[in-house]
Design a protein around this ligand. Sequence first.
Ligand SMILES: *[C@@H]1O[C@H](CO)[C@@H](O)[C@H](O)[C@H]1NC(C)=O
Length: 685
Amino acid sequence: MGIAVLTMKASVIEMFLVLLVTGIHSNKEMTKKIKRPKFTVPQINCDVRAGKIINPEFIVKCPAGCQDPRYHVYGTDVYASYSSVCGAAVHSGVLDNSGGKILVRKVAGQSGYKGSYSNGVQSLSLPRWRESFVVSEGKPQKGVTYPISLTYSSSKSPAAKAGETTKAYQSPSAPGTTAQPVPLMQVLGTTAVEGTHTTLPKPPPSAGSTTSSLRPQPVGQRSQELDFWSTTTYTNSQNTPTNPGIQGQDSGAAFQKPGGEPELWKPGSVLLDAGFVPKTELSTQSLEPVSQGDPSCKVDLSFLIDGSASIGKRRFRIQKQFLADVAQALDIGPAGPLMGVVQYGDNPVTQFNLKTHMNSRDLKTAIEKITQRGGLSNVGRAISFVTQNFFSKSNGNRGSAPNVAVVMVDGWPTDKVEEASRFARESGINIFFITMEGASENEKQYVLEPNFANKAVCRTNGFYSFSVQNWFSLHKTVQPLVKRICDTDRLACSKTCLNSADIGFIIDGSSSVGTGNFRTVLQFVANLSKEFEISDTDTRIGAVQYTYEQRLEFGFDVYSTKPDVLNAIKRVGYWSGGTSTGAAINYALEQLFKKSKPNKRKLMILITDGRSYDDVRIPAMVARHEGVITYAIGVAWAAQDELEVIATHPARDHAFFVDEFDNLYKVVPKVIQNICTEFNSQPRN
Ligand SMILES: *[C@@H]1O[C@H](CO)[C@@H](O)[C@H](O)[C@H]1NC(C)=O
């Protein structure tokens, strides 16, 4: 009897663990799979990128027809995980265009991928990527169990395409033979295990405690018993639950609202959702699996919190609670989002950087310990500080993850934010603004920069800003914020195809062009330039004219407005002479692109009307090597084969030919369209 109960208990525990691992698989499915040891190979489409698949090693079946330029491939032999899995297999020669099985193994990210042409596929170069993979013949290795369905990292449409989005499944028939324990950890960390689970076995989870999504449960669904922090720290809730926002406490000095307002607290509203780990449970931490983080939300995040005196103790605590909730909902970890915190007042200080605490639970403990610094509300200064100091490699910035800064503002800033924010965005930081209890009508006179939040973010459509009426409703912002932060495809909004390039024109000034045609060429250069957003922080334009010799007409840093650039183009004087295009490319690399900013796309647009007297092959290779994307525009006597050598691959996107100068205008929209298509299809950091 006793034994029977024990066995039953054990099997219940086992079942619980199995449920944890598989997340959503029902018992029935489980038994079915256990009874079917035969290995089936999952199938994918040609467009599936390796990065979308979490499994470190797997065999998949590719369909026919993956040898198509639509399926972008980056690298040679070792491919960036941004590449199409099947496309890379064709490129490497493991697969032909009729499809078949392949073995894929993930390997570490590289600092550079070289493009090459092989087996009918042109792969592209990529400066760096966070993860790579190699492909080989689809033969199972001895002693390795391959997943019979793949784990996808997409959080956007979990069940969109049948057969593509099945959840993780480690065949239980051969325990201990999986290739690596990593996916198991990830699954544990991102599905049912929350920081509050202890080693004590619990009864099989009910529907309420097993989530079906990869994301942790939304705030507010957890039971109160787990919230030690809120129920102990915030028991002084006898104060009148009035609305603190509209009480006129915020009037007074222009740039500093009085602090020390009565500690208001609405029982049962925000802090019951507190996610802090009860202190009594901290000792069991090491026994629990630590989450690797949500891999579908890999961002490097800096939270700028308001520590100014005016915010008051109570609100400061709500702010900390918000931070902890966001950390929890994001599922912080080395394979997912990382988060650091900067507190600002008169001056900003880093509370901790991206690598100080690399999981949600440690973060929460650290956040709890943050003390308010007081002072003014110098938000602009804080943003500049973050741009210059926070996202450094030594602070744990990974480079392969988008940089995001979330700025919390109580009321309004005491300094200007527009300039600092623009500079931050220019450096590739995606800024979110959360304004709590913004200025009311009669307070607006005190605000230094009206509409500061809109000026700080990169689009005014509301995606990057939240306006919270009242501190006590801040918790409602947790989920929307997390959703937007993790929508990494929409980030990098600060950079578009029109505002993020350094464009160098290389203009053939040889005698064959003739004065009249030269004017047409300049008109062409001006028409292309007009399409871009030009300023010292947006797109910049430079120009070189060449014959046998070369001269710098103007560098990237000379003109910072569109009218100035257009005037400068108009003033370029016709030189007349020979045509040494190769030397001109070398010269432009040296004189123009060496001075390009690291966060800019380098575009070279070369216009010529004849065959070069010197070699263009090597200069073109050097340009590619230096990350310069080259467009070659040929007119009249230009040699098409030479244009194709000069242009970036694929040539049909980067080399254009028109038979006469009067037709040059037709190329303008084509070039612009290609620049933008290519920009939008590139992976972004
Ligand atoms: C430049 O734009 C003007 C005005 O749209 C047009 O008339 C002209 O043909 C264009 N020239 C070239 C070379 O693109």
